[in-house]
Design a protein around this ligand. Sequence first.
Ligand code: FAD
Length: 477
Amino acid sequence: MIAFASENAPVALHWFRSDLRLRDNPALTEAARFGAVVPVWIDDTTIPPNEAPGAAYRWWTRRSLVALDDALKGNLRFFRGDPSVLLPDLVRRYGVRRVTWTEAYEPCVRARDTLLATSLTELGVEVVRRNGSLLWDPETIAKPDGTPYRVFTPFFQKGCLAAPSPRTPLPAPDLTLVPRAASEPGVEPAPEAEWERKLGTQWTIGEAAAHTRLDAFLANGLAGYASGRDFPARPHTSRLSPYLAHGEISPNTLWYAVAGRASARDVAKFRAELAWREFAHYLLVHFPQMVTEPFRPEFTAFPWEEDDTLCRRWQRGETGIPIVDAAMRALWRTGYLHNRLRMVVASFLTKNQLLHWRVGEAWFRDTLVDYTLASNVASWQWVAGCGADAAPYFRIFNPVLQAEKFDPDGSFIATYLPELAKLPTPARFAPWTASEATREAAGLFLGKNYPQPIVSLVASRARALAAYARIKASTSD
Ligand code: FAD
């Protein structure tokens, strides 16, 4: 319920960040308990480029703010700039006595938040920070010897599951708002570029949409999740990641919503995937250097190549390897990519093309609507073989076999590469192996309307293994 404040109520300011929701928002609830609330959003211009979300994420945020502002009946204040300058100003302007926000885990943001909390406290303001985006606070989980976990299974089984259960979700608080004056900056829908309008056809954004998506997943996706989640053309993944990334829904809501809604195996598998998200944030908190440095130090000497042309062809889906190209075009068109395909394209970039994982991480940062620094960096390092609990480097995905296994009827490829849709299914996975007559009958002319493979899968695999053998040899000297 929303009401408006009388003149003399004590004032709390809630600073919305990646928690664009009213339900199960512990920090917002703390603001509501205190008194009249000033809801604020700051377009933070101080985050360094390698931690700042890119274009697709920011597009989603703008739309999400419109939805949140609607829920707040037009009272969300919108500012742009440095929060360390803006917040003390706002505290004075509104006579704020409590400031609340949801914890963030990006290293630069965390460091800034600590300084900001100190300076606000010095102004006589009570600062209330709450974990609202993780099931378990990363600071509370440790090995028996007090050091952080480095491997997922013990982290989840012995650390998380042995700790107190996650908070049960809170209802939306009753909010008494300080009304926004017409002279104060509010949320304005921004003009959108052509690619943004196209993205907009793929998604419904905001807290209500997140719950609708969850309900659909519970009804049609969760049963069969454990066996179906690896197949991009099947409906078994939730596609809730962008809603989680913007905090339109909390992981606690998902954790409890799935209970009893499918077989124990499906529920456990889904919760384990949520726990991978926890693990990524946990690693980022305890090993913040992983934003730029390999988790496994021997990879510092890895002979990554630099090749802008190869990189562009990967980005545009012009590698000549159909599952890679279909995936990269799906990413561009929808701002999203199925987990199996993220692994396939990341493996292709870092192993068959030998390009640095940071090149791929940067492209995903710019194009994913669910971009999350922790999950993106940890997953890229995981696929590249240099991360925590990583897939061994020498296990190199063969993208043709991956396509045969996980897109068995070739329908995902046909959706995003219409130029291959007329080929018989097996030829869609590796068109260069089909006879010229088969290709011509399907209207496919390699090198003309679809590229020849830019690398030989066999030779590039051997080259990657040789590069790995060199760093192994040099570090075991
Ligand atoms: P579901 O299968 O429905 O899983 C439910 C939730 O669990 C997801 O929404 C997500 O929050 C979490 N989850 C599932 N798998 C993983 C995983 N492997 N790691 C971490 N969390 C997981 N996820 C992001 O949210 N942001 C990123 O920037 C991101 N970058 C990635 C980069 C690479 C190279 C790879 C291999 C994976 C990346 N992931 C990232 C993880 C994963 O691919 C997505 O979270 C998942 O595909 C989202 O789809 P979903 O919501 O349908 O997942």
